[in-house]
Write a protein that binds this ligand. Structure first.
Ligand SMILES: Nc1ncnc2c1ncn2[C@@H]1O[C@H](COP(=O)(O)OP(=O)(O)O)[C@@H](O)[C@H]1O
Ligand SMILES: [Mg+2]
Length: 282
């Protein structure tokens, strides 16, 4: 469980990026954090893993108060947080397998990892996960030879190799086409659910958020202005988050989303666990 209390971040430039954010994400819950550019979504995720130093407030993951940690303890705690980024952050000239195994760097000693001597159990786990995301035939491909969707799958597997308790995902689909975006969102949500992980997914695409997350938190100018089920997103709420606009088409499309989907790999239809349907059924 992730517990954020009174999280505030003022950058040295004077920008107040977060203004007293409090939020609890239980284990196994996939939460989408939506909001316009500059709302503070990336800052929130980075304050959780301490890539950005909060100005005030506390962040706890399980029994560990992350905001108190430094040095080795912080590095250890970071292993428990898997990060997935928009820009994938793969090492281009390394293979898929090597990129995936780099997720174990926090566990394997420096020299051992430098010599690329990973334990067999790590390699087996890497194969298992690559198989799970449909990339087992690509282990020896270089990262720079992959498509955007494949690169993001590698990023997902690398994050899971850390065996994290929490997934922090920042705009995972921003560089992907609509169909691949859906596949990637579905994959992240399925894997988080399978492993009982708490997940925060920053995403500016309201429809994707509605379709795949069970809970939506709306951020506007560093403050939470909405926290609820996908079905509770009304035009008024979207106006509070994003500003004045005609939202009716967005919301309607979001709820009918399944039907306009060509569907891809696996050809799997949305199941009854789809949060949008559940919200609509309630
Ligand atoms: N490193 C930084 N230095 C100064 N201001 C920053 C920095 N990063 C973000 N900001 C500011 O903080 C606010 C929130 O940014 P960000 O967290 O990136 O929002 P989002 O991810 O929702 O687009 C913005 O006003 C942005 O300009
Ligand atoms: Mg951002």
């Amino acid at each position: 469980m992730l517990v954020i209390e009174g999280l505030t971040k003022r950058y040295p430039t004077g920008d107040l990026a977060l203004d007293g954010v409090s939020l609890t994400v239980p284990d196994g819950q996939v939460m989408a954090l939506i909001g316009p550019s500059g709302a503070g979504k990336s800052t929130l995720i980075r304050c959780v893993n301490r890539l950005v130093e909060p100005t005030a407030g506390t962040v706890r993951l399980g029994d560990t108060e992350l905001t108190r940690l430094g040095g080795l303890a912080l590095r250890r705690a970071r292993r428990r947080m898997g990060m997935i980024f928009q820009e994938y952050a793969l090492v281009e000239r390394l293979t898929v397998m090597e990129n995936v195994l780099s997720g174990r760097l926090g566990y394997v000693g420096f020299w051992r990892s430098w010599l690329r001597r990973f334990p067999l159990s790590d390699i087996e786990e890497a194969f298992r996960l690559l198989n799970r995301v449909g990339l087992d035939h690509m282990v020896d491909k270089r990262a720079d030879a992959l498509s955007g969707g494949q690169r993001q799958r590698v990023g997902i597997v690398r994050a899971l190799m850390q065996n994290p308790d929490l997934l922090l995902v920042d705009e995972p689909t921003a560089s992907l086409d609509p169909k691949t975006s859906r596949q990637i969102m579905r994959l992240i949500v399925e894997l988080a659910k399978e492993r009982g992980l708490a997940a925060i997914i920053n995403i500016h695409d309201v429809m994707l958020a509605q379709q795949f997350a069970e809970r939506i938190v709306g951020l506007h100018a560093g403050r939470i202005v909405f926290d609820g089920a996908p079905g509770a997103l009304t035009p008024e709420v979207l106006t509070a988050i994003y500003g004045e606009e005609d939202w009716s088409a967005t919301i309607r499309k979001g709820r009918e989303g399944e039907e306009d989907d060509g569907e891809g790999e696996g050809g799997k239809a949305e199941t009854a666990t789809d949060p949008v349907r559940i919200a609509a059924a309630q």
